[in-house]
Design a binder for this molecule. Structure first.
Ligand code: DAH
Length: 342
């Protein structure tokens, strides 16, 4: 009696172990025959009952039937489960819900700084400018000297500039592209030069060690400040919308004379005064001016013959104003939650 019971228990354990490993209906059916078929292991216990002593038969019979019922039930359950996971072809079609919205594939996008750079370039391209590029690693001459920065100018300071050695540095602005292009070519020149710049500054919400600028300049025989104002106003209206007011304020840059900064009416309060514009109603968006005669001399142009204007703007700053972003560091953290919004 003990042996019968032990064998039955062992067989039951075995079924469960084997069942756990099976995940195909076909294999499950084979397993069912192995245990519950006419010559199956569990079935044979019922058949073998006649061999056990008569007095134990009712107890063992009950036990064997219990095990058989339990095993049958678990097979039924597993088959049902697998049928859901492994539906027939017709069932699969039936299960399809055509009303579900499609799954959208993930599409990569350009970084917001690239998008706005391209937008800026596109606007100037439409006004007849061609694109030029220069190296990120510059010499002191192109970044400062040729642009009329005096030797002791604070911008040359280690505080602001990443030096590779005495004469070689990471460009602090895109203005050196003016020199590189003018050295190689003769006017008329109408150039737009986008690129990355670097400054050794403390990192905070407003400034970062690297950023992008778009430089522009136009040199010909009679270019005036009025041309500059016209082109920059057209640009701002194209980028920020027709309604926006603009103004030019006198300023200073070593490579332009006269120099100006261009402001736009605050994109947030439209000029009324708010936190973004520090209650001034205006936001500075770029530097500009008439190319200094000294710069022309440095590239071998006769300042009596040629005049020109130049301007330079920060792409991060413009992007921040356009989208109401309050921290420049967001552009460099590559957090997809931020980037996916553009
Ligand atoms: N290079 C200047 C800067 O980095 C920006 C700038 C100002 C560029 C005036 C110009 C210009 O071409 O005319 O701050």
């Amino acid at each position: 009696m003990k042996k019968y019971q032990e064998d039955l228990e062992k067989a039951r354990k075995e079924v469960f172990e084997e069942l756990a490993k099976v995940d195909k209906i076909k294999n499950l059916e084979e397993l069912k025959i192995k245990y519950l078929g006419r010559k199956g292991i569990i079935t044979s216990f019922l058949k073998n009952l006649k061999e056990v002593p008569t007095e134990s038969r009712p107890t063992l019979g009950k036990l064997a039937n219990q095990v058989k019922d339990q095993v049958e039930a678990i097979f039924k359950k597993r088959i049902k489960e697998l049928k859901i996971r492994e539906p027939s072809e017709e069932k699969r079609i039936e299960l399809l819900d055509y009303t579900l919205p499609g799954r959208r594939g993930w599409q990569g996008k350009l970084h917001p700084i690239t998008q706005i750079s391209e937008k800026i370039i596109g606007i100037f391209y439409g006004m007849g400018f061609e694109v030029a590029k220069g190296p990120d690693v510059e010499t002191d001459y192109y970044n400062f000297g040729a642009l009329n920065f005096p030797k002791d100018h604070p911008a040359r300071d280690m505080q602001d500039t990443f030096y590779i050695h005495d004469d070689l540095l990471l460009r602090t602005h895109t203005s050196p592209v003016q020199i590189r292009v003018m050295e190689k070519r003769r006017p008329p020149l109408k150039i737009i030069a986008p690129g990355r710049c670097y400054r050794h500054e403390a990192i905070n919400a407003r400034s970062y060690c690297t950023f992008h600028q778009v430089e522009g300049f136009y040199v010909d025989t009679d270019v005036t400040f009025a041309d500059l104002k016209g082109v920059l106003s057209a640009f701002v209206w194209e980028l920020f919308g027709k309604e926006i007011a603009v103004r030019f304020r006198g300023s200073f840059f070593p490579f332009t004379e006269p120099s100006a900064e261009m402001d736009i009416a605050c994109v947030n309060c439209k000029g009324k005064g708010c936190g973004l514009c520090k209650y001034r109603g205006w936001l500075e968006i770029l530097g500009a001016g008439m190319i200094d005669p000294e710069v022309f001399k440095n590239v071998g142009y006769d300042p009596e013959v040629y005049t020109g204007y130049a301007f330079g703007m920060g792409v991060e700053r413009i992007t921040m104003l356009k989208y109401g972003i309050d921290d420049i560091r967001l552009f460099y953290e590559n957090d997809l939650r931020f980037l996916r919004q553009f």
